[in-house]
Design a protein around this ligand. Structure first.
Ligand code: NAD
Ligand code: IPM
Ligand code: MN
Length: 360
Protein backbone atom coordinates (compact mmCIF):
# COMPACT_ATOMS: atom_id res chain seq x y z
CA UNK A 1 0.00 0.00 0.00
CA UNK A 2 1.34 3.45 -0.83
CA UNK A 3 2.32 5.90 1.88
CA UNK A 4 1.43 9.56 1.61
CA UNK A 5 4.07 12.18 2.37
CA UNK A 6 2.92 15.79 2.59
CA UNK A 7 5.66 18.29 1.76
CA UNK A 8 5.48 21.86 3.06
CA UNK A 9 8.48 23.85 1.77
CA UNK A 10 7.54 27.08 3.59
CA UNK A 11 9.38 30.39 3.27
CA UNK A 12 12.82 31.88 2.74
CA UNK A 13 15.37 29.10 2.22
CA UNK A 14 12.58 26.56 2.84
CA UNK A 15 11.86 25.88 -0.87
CA UNK A 16 15.61 25.80 -1.68
CA UNK A 17 16.55 23.19 0.93
CA UNK A 18 13.35 21.23 0.35
CA UNK A 19 14.10 20.84 -3.37
CA UNK A 20 17.29 18.98 -2.39
CA UNK A 21 15.61 16.88 0.29
CA UNK A 22 12.92 15.89 -2.22
CA UNK A 23 15.59 14.73 -4.70
CA UNK A 24 17.04 12.50 -2.00
CA UNK A 25 13.59 11.28 -0.92
CA UNK A 26 12.60 10.41 -4.50
CA UNK A 27 15.79 8.44 -5.03
CA UNK A 28 15.36 6.58 -1.72
CA UNK A 29 11.75 5.88 -2.70
CA UNK A 30 12.87 4.21 -5.96
CA UNK A 31 16.00 2.52 -4.65
CA UNK A 32 14.35 0.95 -1.61
CA UNK A 33 10.84 0.54 -3.12
CA UNK A 34 9.28 2.52 -0.29
CA UNK A 35 5.98 3.16 -2.07
CA UNK A 36 5.79 6.83 -1.14
CA UNK A 37 3.48 9.28 -2.88
CA UNK A 38 4.49 12.90 -2.47
CA UNK A 39 2.12 15.85 -2.41
CA UNK A 40 2.84 19.52 -1.81
CA UNK A 41 1.14 22.39 0.00
CA UNK A 42 1.95 25.68 1.73
CA UNK A 43 2.61 26.61 5.36
CA UNK A 44 3.64 29.89 6.97
CA UNK A 45 4.08 33.06 4.96
CA UNK A 46 3.51 31.23 1.67
CA UNK A 47 0.15 30.06 3.04
CA UNK A 48 -0.72 33.59 4.22
CA UNK A 49 -0.12 34.73 0.64
CA UNK A 50 -2.11 31.88 -0.90
CA UNK A 51 -4.90 31.20 1.61
CA UNK A 52 -4.87 34.29 3.86
CA UNK A 53 -3.90 32.21 6.90
CA UNK A 54 -0.60 30.50 7.85
CA UNK A 55 -2.25 27.06 8.07
CA UNK A 56 -5.37 26.53 5.96
CA UNK A 57 -7.97 24.02 7.20
CA UNK A 58 -7.55 22.01 4.02
CA UNK A 59 -3.77 21.84 4.56
CA UNK A 60 -4.29 20.65 8.12
CA UNK A 61 -6.66 17.96 6.86
CA UNK A 62 -4.07 16.85 4.29
CA UNK A 63 -1.47 16.70 7.05
CA UNK A 64 -3.81 14.59 9.20
CA UNK A 65 -4.47 12.24 6.31
CA UNK A 66 -0.77 11.91 5.40
CA UNK A 67 1.48 9.22 6.86
CA UNK A 68 4.19 11.81 7.50
CA UNK A 69 4.87 15.50 6.90
CA UNK A 70 8.16 17.02 5.76
CA UNK A 71 8.59 20.73 6.46
CA UNK A 72 11.18 23.30 5.34
CA UNK A 73 10.98 26.46 7.44
CA UNK A 74 8.57 29.34 7.90
CA UNK A 75 8.68 33.06 8.58
CA UNK A 76 10.38 36.13 7.26
CA UNK A 77 10.44 39.93 7.27
CA UNK A 78 7.60 40.14 4.74
CA UNK A 79 5.16 38.88 7.39
CA UNK A 80 6.76 40.28 10.57
CA UNK A 81 4.39 43.24 10.76
CA UNK A 82 1.09 41.49 10.03
CA UNK A 83 -1.59 40.69 12.60
CA UNK A 84 0.20 38.45 15.16
CA UNK A 85 -2.73 36.02 14.94
CA UNK A 86 -1.76 35.11 11.37
CA UNK A 87 2.03 35.28 11.60
CA UNK A 88 3.73 32.40 9.75
CA UNK A 89 5.03 30.95 13.04
CA UNK A 90 1.44 30.56 14.25
CA UNK A 91 0.84 28.10 11.43
CA UNK A 92 3.78 26.01 12.57
CA UNK A 93 2.61 26.02 16.19
CA UNK A 94 -0.92 25.12 15.11
CA UNK A 95 0.10 22.15 12.98
CA UNK A 96 2.32 20.82 15.80
CA UNK A 97 -0.47 21.22 18.31
CA UNK A 98 -3.32 19.95 16.11
CA UNK A 99 -1.37 16.83 15.13
CA UNK A 100 -0.46 16.20 18.78
CA UNK A 101 3.28 16.23 18.02
CA UNK A 102 4.40 16.59 21.62
CA UNK A 103 7.79 14.89 21.35
CA UNK A 104 10.47 16.78 19.43
CA UNK A 105 13.71 14.84 18.94
CA UNK A 106 16.70 17.00 18.06
CA UNK A 107 19.90 14.99 17.69
CA UNK A 108 23.16 16.97 17.78
CA UNK A 109 25.79 14.74 16.24
CA UNK A 110 29.23 15.87 15.17
CA UNK A 111 30.29 14.36 11.88
CA UNK A 112 34.03 13.83 12.44
CA UNK A 113 34.75 15.55 9.12
CA UNK A 114 33.28 18.76 10.58
CA UNK A 115 35.40 18.97 13.74
CA UNK A 116 37.05 22.11 12.31
CA UNK A 117 33.69 23.76 11.61
CA UNK A 118 32.57 23.57 15.24
CA UNK A 119 33.01 26.75 17.24
CA UNK A 120 34.52 24.63 20.04
CA UNK A 121 37.93 22.97 20.12
CA UNK A 122 38.01 19.61 18.32
CA UNK A 123 38.85 17.71 21.51
CA UNK A 124 35.80 19.17 23.28
CA UNK A 125 33.38 18.04 20.55
CA UNK A 126 35.03 14.94 19.03
CA UNK A 127 32.54 12.07 19.09
CA UNK A 128 29.65 14.30 20.22
CA UNK A 129 26.27 12.56 20.07
CA UNK A 130 23.51 14.21 22.11
CA UNK A 131 19.76 13.88 21.78
CA UNK A 132 17.61 16.76 22.97
CA UNK A 133 14.03 15.71 23.67
CA UNK A 134 11.98 18.90 23.63
CA UNK A 135 8.35 19.09 24.79
CA UNK A 136 6.61 20.67 21.80
CA UNK A 137 2.90 21.26 22.39
CA UNK A 138 2.76 22.79 25.87
CA UNK A 139 4.40 25.31 28.15
CA UNK A 140 4.78 29.01 27.51
CA UNK A 141 4.24 28.66 23.75
CA UNK A 142 0.62 27.68 24.25
CA UNK A 143 -0.24 28.77 27.82
CA UNK A 144 -3.38 30.80 28.47
CA UNK A 145 -4.01 33.49 29.44
CA UNK A 146 -1.68 35.57 27.33
CA UNK A 147 -2.32 39.14 26.52
CA UNK A 148 -0.99 42.47 25.34
CA UNK A 149 -2.84 45.45 26.79
CA UNK A 150 -2.72 49.06 27.87
CA UNK A 151 -3.06 49.69 31.60
CA UNK A 152 -5.27 52.41 33.08
CA UNK A 153 -2.20 54.62 33.52
CA UNK A 154 -1.51 54.33 29.77
CA UNK A 155 1.44 51.98 30.11
CA UNK A 156 1.58 49.02 27.72
CA UNK A 157 2.07 45.58 29.24
CA UNK A 158 2.03 41.99 28.04
CA UNK A 159 2.32 38.57 29.63
CA UNK A 160 2.50 34.87 28.79
CA UNK A 161 1.69 31.87 30.96
CA UNK A 162 3.85 28.78 31.47
CA UNK A 163 1.58 25.85 32.41
CA UNK A 164 2.41 22.13 32.49
CA UNK A 165 0.08 19.36 33.61
CA UNK A 166 1.48 16.18 35.07
CA UNK A 167 0.27 14.11 32.11
CA UNK A 168 2.11 16.40 29.69
CA UNK A 169 5.28 16.06 31.74
CA UNK A 170 4.90 12.31 32.20
CA UNK A 171 4.55 11.52 28.50
CA UNK A 172 7.59 13.56 27.44
CA UNK A 173 9.63 12.19 30.35
CA UNK A 174 8.79 8.67 29.16
CA UNK A 175 10.07 9.52 25.69
CA UNK A 176 13.28 10.80 27.27
CA UNK A 177 13.76 7.62 29.30
CA UNK A 178 12.86 5.36 26.35
CA UNK A 179 15.40 7.15 24.16
CA UNK A 180 18.06 6.91 26.89
CA UNK A 181 17.43 3.18 27.10
CA UNK A 182 18.32 2.62 23.44
CA UNK A 183 21.33 4.93 23.68
CA UNK A 184 23.74 5.52 26.61
CA UNK A 185 21.29 5.01 29.51
CA UNK A 186 21.76 8.57 30.77
CA UNK A 187 19.01 11.16 31.00
CA UNK A 188 19.46 14.76 32.12
CA UNK A 189 16.24 16.65 32.83
CA UNK A 190 16.73 20.39 32.41
CA UNK A 191 14.46 22.84 34.24
CA UNK A 192 14.37 25.98 36.34
CA UNK A 193 12.98 24.34 39.47
CA UNK A 194 14.78 26.83 41.73
CA UNK A 195 12.35 29.51 40.50
CA UNK A 196 9.37 28.22 38.49
CA UNK A 197 6.37 26.31 39.85
CA UNK A 198 5.96 24.54 36.50
CA UNK A 199 9.56 23.33 36.75
CA UNK A 200 9.03 22.10 40.33
CA UNK A 201 6.17 19.90 39.11
CA UNK A 202 8.32 18.89 36.12
CA UNK A 203 11.08 17.64 38.42
CA UNK A 204 8.66 15.79 40.72
CA UNK A 205 6.95 14.00 37.83
CA UNK A 206 10.25 13.11 36.13
CA UNK A 207 11.36 11.55 39.44
CA UNK A 208 8.14 9.51 39.54
CA UNK A 209 8.60 8.26 35.98
CA UNK A 210 12.22 7.36 36.82
CA UNK A 211 10.95 4.60 39.13
CA UNK A 212 10.00 2.62 36.01
CA UNK A 213 13.48 3.07 34.55
CA UNK A 214 15.95 1.92 37.25
CA UNK A 215 18.46 1.11 34.49
CA UNK A 216 18.64 4.75 33.34
CA UNK A 217 20.86 7.18 35.29
CA UNK A 218 18.77 10.33 35.83
CA UNK A 219 20.20 13.72 36.68
CA UNK A 220 18.63 17.17 36.95
CA UNK A 221 20.18 20.45 35.89
CA UNK A 222 19.06 24.07 35.93
CA UNK A 223 18.77 25.49 32.45
CA UNK A 224 21.31 28.26 32.99
CA UNK A 225 23.91 25.73 34.06
CA UNK A 226 22.91 23.43 31.18
CA UNK A 227 23.54 26.25 28.69
CA UNK A 228 27.00 26.69 30.19
CA UNK A 229 27.78 22.94 30.42
CA UNK A 230 26.81 22.48 26.76
CA UNK A 231 29.77 24.61 25.70
CA UNK A 232 32.08 23.59 28.58
CA UNK A 233 31.85 19.81 28.34
CA UNK A 234 29.03 18.77 25.98
CA UNK A 235 29.97 15.09 25.93
CA UNK A 236 28.73 14.69 29.52
CA UNK A 237 25.21 14.61 28.00
CA UNK A 238 23.48 11.64 26.40
CA UNK A 239 19.74 12.42 26.33
CA UNK A 240 18.43 15.78 27.56
CA UNK A 241 14.70 16.18 28.23
CA UNK A 242 13.31 19.65 28.69
CA UNK A 243 10.37 21.97 28.15
CA UNK A 244 9.29 23.74 25.00
CA UNK A 245 11.16 27.02 25.32
CA UNK A 246 14.31 25.69 27.02
CA UNK A 247 14.51 23.00 24.33
CA UNK A 248 14.18 25.58 21.57
CA UNK A 249 17.08 27.60 22.93
CA UNK A 250 19.36 24.72 23.94
CA UNK A 251 18.98 22.97 20.60
CA UNK A 252 20.14 26.03 18.65
CA UNK A 253 23.08 26.23 21.07
CA UNK A 254 23.86 22.52 20.62
CA UNK A 255 23.72 22.89 16.84
CA UNK A 256 26.86 25.00 16.83
CA UNK A 257 28.79 22.16 18.44
CA UNK A 258 28.11 20.17 15.26
CA UNK A 259 29.42 22.94 13.02
CA UNK A 260 26.20 24.69 12.00
CA UNK A 261 22.48 25.02 12.61
CA UNK A 262 22.32 23.77 9.02
CA UNK A 263 23.28 20.29 10.28
CA UNK A 264 20.48 19.77 12.82
CA UNK A 265 17.44 17.70 11.77
CA UNK A 266 14.39 16.99 13.91
CA UNK A 267 11.44 14.67 14.33
CA UNK A 268 8.20 15.77 15.98
CA UNK A 269 6.18 12.73 17.00
CA UNK A 270 2.75 11.99 18.38
CA UNK A 271 1.90 9.11 20.69
CA UNK A 272 1.89 6.65 17.75
CA UNK A 273 5.11 7.81 16.06
CA UNK A 274 3.22 9.67 13.39
CA UNK A 275 5.46 12.58 12.68
CA UNK A 276 6.47 15.80 11.09
CA UNK A 277 10.12 16.20 10.14
CA UNK A 278 11.97 19.48 9.78
CA UNK A 279 15.37 21.08 10.15
CA UNK A 280 15.81 22.92 13.47
CA UNK A 281 16.79 26.13 11.72
CA UNK A 282 14.50 28.83 10.37
CA UNK A 283 13.92 30.42 6.99
CA UNK A 284 17.26 32.29 7.10
CA UNK A 285 16.04 35.49 5.38
CA UNK A 286 19.61 36.80 5.35
CA UNK A 287 20.69 34.16 2.80
CA UNK A 288 17.37 33.25 1.13
CA UNK A 289 17.29 33.27 -2.66
CA UNK A 290 21.06 32.96 -3.01
CA UNK A 291 21.29 29.18 -3.39
CA UNK A 292 23.86 28.89 -0.60
CA UNK A 293 21.85 27.40 2.32
CA UNK A 294 22.91 24.07 3.75
CA UNK A 295 20.32 21.41 2.82
CA UNK A 296 21.81 18.68 5.03
CA UNK A 297 19.56 19.29 8.07
CA UNK A 298 16.52 18.77 5.84
CA UNK A 299 18.07 15.75 4.11
CA UNK A 300 18.87 14.27 7.52
CA UNK A 301 15.26 14.97 8.53
CA UNK A 302 14.22 12.69 5.65
CA UNK A 303 16.42 10.02 7.20
CA UNK A 304 14.69 10.54 10.57
CA UNK A 305 11.32 10.21 8.82
CA UNK A 306 12.29 6.87 7.30
CA UNK A 307 13.56 5.69 10.69
CA UNK A 308 10.81 6.85 13.02
CA UNK A 309 7.64 6.86 10.93
CA UNK A 310 8.36 3.96 8.56
CA UNK A 311 10.93 1.79 10.33
CA UNK A 312 13.03 1.80 7.12
CA UNK A 313 16.34 1.46 8.93
CA UNK A 314 18.39 0.50 5.89
CA UNK A 315 17.26 3.45 3.80
CA UNK A 316 17.61 5.83 6.77
CA UNK A 317 21.16 4.61 7.44
CA UNK A 318 22.02 4.92 3.76
CA UNK A 319 21.04 8.60 3.65
CA UNK A 320 23.26 9.30 6.66
CA UNK A 321 26.10 7.41 5.02
CA UNK A 322 25.60 9.37 1.80
CA UNK A 323 25.88 12.63 3.77
CA UNK A 324 29.04 11.36 5.40
CA UNK A 325 30.55 10.43 2.01
CA UNK A 326 29.86 13.89 0.65
CA UNK A 327 31.61 15.39 3.66
CA UNK A 328 34.49 12.97 3.01
CA UNK A 329 34.70 14.41 -0.50
CA UNK A 330 35.34 17.80 1.11
CA UNK A 331 32.15 19.45 -0.14
CA UNK A 332 30.85 22.19 2.17
CA UNK A 333 28.19 24.89 2.03
CA UNK A 334 29.36 28.25 3.35
CA UNK A 335 28.15 27.68 6.91
CA UNK A 336 30.42 24.63 7.42
CA UNK A 337 33.25 25.68 5.12
CA UNK A 338 36.80 25.68 6.48
CA UNK A 339 40.30 25.83 5.01
CA UNK A 340 41.09 23.00 2.61
CA UNK A 341 37.48 22.18 1.74
CA UNK A 342 35.44 22.97 -1.37
CA UNK A 343 32.63 25.51 -1.10
CA UNK A 344 29.45 24.48 -2.92
CA UNK A 345 25.90 25.79 -3.15
CA UNK A 346 22.64 24.23 -2.02
CA UNK A 347 21.87 22.35 -5.25
CA UNK A 348 25.41 21.02 -5.71
CA UNK A 349 25.32 19.70 -2.15
CA UNK A 350 21.96 18.02 -2.75
CA UNK A 351 23.15 16.54 -6.04
CA UNK A 352 26.27 15.16 -4.36
CA UNK A 353 24.16 13.43 -1.70
CA UNK A 354 21.95 11.97 -4.44
CA UNK A 355 25.01 10.64 -6.29
CA UNK A 356 26.49 9.19 -3.10
CA UNK A 357 23.19 7.50 -2.22
CA UNK A 358 22.87 6.12 -5.74
CA UNK A 359 26.29 4.52 -5.53
CA UNK A 360 25.82 2.93 -2.10
P1 NAD B 1 17.35 31.13 11.32
O1 NAD B 1 17.58 29.76 11.83
O2 NAD B 1 16.47 31.28 10.15
O3 NAD B 1 18.75 31.81 10.95
C1 NAD B 1 19.77 32.02 11.93
C2 NAD B 1 21.13 32.13 11.24
O4 NAD B 1 21.49 30.80 10.79
C3 NAD B 1 21.12 33.01 10.00
O5 NAD B 1 22.35 33.69 9.91
C4 NAD B 1 20.98 32.01 8.86
O6 NAD B 1 21.55 32.44 7.64
C5 NAD B 1 21.72 30.79 9.41
N1 NAD B 1 21.14 29.55 8.86
C6 NAD B 1 19.97 28.97 9.19
N2 NAD B 1 19.75 27.89 8.47
C7 NAD B 1 20.80 27.73 7.65
C8 NAD B 1 21.16 26.80 6.65
N3 NAD B 1 20.38 25.75 6.34
N4 NAD B 1 22.33 26.97 5.99
C9 NAD B 1 23.14 28.00 6.28
N5 NAD B 1 22.86 28.92 7.23
C10 NAD B 1 21.69 28.80 7.90
O7 NAD B 1 16.82 31.99 12.55
P2 NAD B 1 16.28 33.53 12.61
O8 NAD B 1 17.08 34.38 11.71
O9 NAD B 1 16.20 33.84 14.04
O10 NAD B 1 14.80 33.43 12.06
C11 NAD B 1 14.42 33.72 10.72
C12 NAD B 1 12.96 33.38 10.52
O11 NAD B 1 12.78 31.96 10.62
C13 NAD B 1 12.02 33.98 11.55
O12 NAD B 1 10.85 34.37 10.89
C14 NAD B 1 11.76 32.85 12.51
O13 NAD B 1 10.54 32.96 13.19
C15 NAD B 1 11.76 31.67 11.59
N6 NAD B 1 12.10 30.38 12.19
C16 NAD B 1 11.40 29.30 11.71
C17 NAD B 1 11.71 28.04 12.16
C18 NAD B 1 10.95 26.88 11.61
O14 NAD B 1 10.27 27.01 10.62
N7 NAD B 1 11.05 25.71 12.21
C19 NAD B 1 12.75 27.87 13.06
C20 NAD B 1 13.45 28.98 13.52
C21 NAD B 1 13.13 30.25 13.07
C1 IPM C 1 11.88 26.03 15.96
C2 IPM C 1 11.44 27.46 15.76
C3 IPM C 1 9.99 27.61 16.20
C4 IPM C 1 9.93 27.31 17.68
C5 IPM C 1 9.34 28.98 15.91
C6 IPM C 1 9.53 29.42 14.48
C7 IPM C 1 7.89 28.98 16.25
O1 IPM C 1 12.28 28.32 16.44
O2 IPM C 1 11.27 25.13 15.36
O3 IPM C 1 12.84 25.79 16.69
O4 IPM C 1 10.22 28.19 18.51
O5 IPM C 1 9.57 26.18 18.02
MN1 MN D 1 14.04 27.39 17.28
Amino acid sequence: MSKQILILPGDGIGPEIMAEAVKVLRLANDKYALGFELSFDELGGAAVDKYGVPLADETLERARAADAVLLGAVGGPKWDKIDPAIRPERGLLKIRSQLGLFANLRPAILYPQLADASSLKPEVVAGLDILIVRELTGGIYFGQPRESKVLDNGERMAYDTLPYSESEIRRIAKVGFDMARVRGNKLCSVDKANVLASSQLWRTVVEEVAKDYPDVALSHMYVDNAAMQLVRAPKQFDVVVTDNMFGDILSDEASMLTGSIGMLPSASLDANNKGMYEPCHGSAPDIAGQGIANPLATILSVSMMLRYSFNQTQAADAIEQAVSRVLDQGLRTGDIHSAGTTKVGTAAMGDAVVEALRSL
